[in-house]
Write a protein that binds this ligand. Structure first.
Ligand SMILES: NC(=O)c1ccc[n+]([C@@H]2O[C@H](COP(=O)([O-])OP(=O)(O)OC[C@H]3O[C@@H](n4cnc5c(N)ncnc54)[C@H](O)[C@@H]3O)[C@@H](O)[C@H]2O)c1
Length: 286
């Protein structure tokens, strides 16, 4: 079976996931509620792929495949009849994702794979009140998806084996290394481990022990990490950390899970990191 892929959410992740899918030869549609932003993101992916072709990471044929197979749609309903494999990559807010899934799961055929790229929300939670929850799965890419060679896959306990096999196949056809978890956990493997590092970095900064620039330098030079925790936060988007922490705090009511005030202030000011031109660092001139 050759999947027909529909990506919902075309921000920094979804736009490149759709590009990767088109490069792999899948007919791919993409929708975002902000069409202008989506078009800009696809232009950015186009530049990125050309650059990667010049470095022999992709071939000319793969660039042609990207151009031939990717289609922007302005109505979320348009591709539903044809879709066999859906990948959701909208903002990391539970209510937004669950609302989309509740509406769309009624309209998609029951054989369609419904995958979420959420960083922290497991499929069993995202599929609450949805039709056929056994076809939901987490397919977690890394930023930037055109360059990062890993997809973490996890699935609810009531999963369908066929859905897992199809998700692994699509991930491998996208040229990615796949890790399948044995149990669901918010954050999967990488973000659970990364959260521990980032929480501690934020705590050091909050206690006034060091400037964030110096914490980044210490981690890069002392642990040989390519990026410091504050640079990484800017690349991922501060909103992703904020909303996932807020959800965790609302559930546990533990002070250690409360998002830091300095993050909340930045999110409220729209200083979300690289994607808005400012986060901890300034990117306006980049
Ligand atoms: N940024 C990362 O490093 C990273 C890595 C892995 C996974 N993720 C996950 O990917 C998802 C998207 O993150 P991102 O970094 O691309 O964020 P982003 O802010 O760049 O993009 C989110 C997109 O969702 C769109 N959107 C919001 N509500 C919508 C709706 N109702 N219908 C359609 N589109 C809607 C927005 O217009 C925006 O373009 C999140 O779940 C995040 O946790 C992010």
């Amino acid at each position: 079976m050759i999947e027909k892929i529909f990506v919902i959410g075309g921000g920094q992740m979804g736009s490149q996931i759709a590009a990767l899918s088109a490069i792999a030869g899948y007919e791919t549609s993409i929708f975002d509620s902000d069409v202008e932003n989506l078009k800009n993101k696809i232009k950015f992916s186009d530049q990125n792929i050309k650059n990667l072709v010049s470095k022999h990471k992709f071939s000319e044929e793969q660039y042609d495949s990207f151009q031939k197979n990717l289609k922007i749609v302005e109505n979320i309903e348009e591709p539903l009849n044809e879709t066999t494999f859906l990948i959701e990559a909208v903002v990391e807010k539970y209510e937004v994702k669950n609302e989309i899934f509740k509406n769309i799961s009624k309209k998609l055929d029951k054989s369609v794979v419904i995958a979420s790229n959420s960083s922290f929300l497991p499929a069993s939670e995202l599929s609450i009140d949805c039709d056929y929850p056994e076809r939901f799965i987490n397919m977690h890419f890394f930023y930037p998806p055109l360059r990062m060679d890993l997809i973490e896959i996890s699935y609810p306990s009531n999963f369908s084996k066929e859905i897992l096999e199809r998700t692994v196949k699509v991930s491998k056809n996208m040229g990615r290394t796949v890790v399948v978890l044995k149990k669901e956990t918010p954050g999967f493997i990488v973000n659970r481990m990364l959260s521990a590092l980032i929480d501690e970095a934020y705590q050091l900064y909050d206690e006034g022990i060091a400037d964030f620039e110096d914490i980044d330098i210490a981690i890069k030079k002392g642990l040989n990490h390519p990026l410091g925790p504050f640079e990484l936060s800017d690349y991922s988007g501060l909103d992703i950390y904020y909303y996932s922490k807020l959800k965790q705090f609302n559930e546990t009511q533990k002070e250690k899970d409360r998002p830091k005030t300095f993050i909340e202030e930045k999110v409220k000011k729209g200083e979300l990191g690289v994607k808005t031109g400012k986060g901890f660092y300034d990117y306006k001139n980049d």
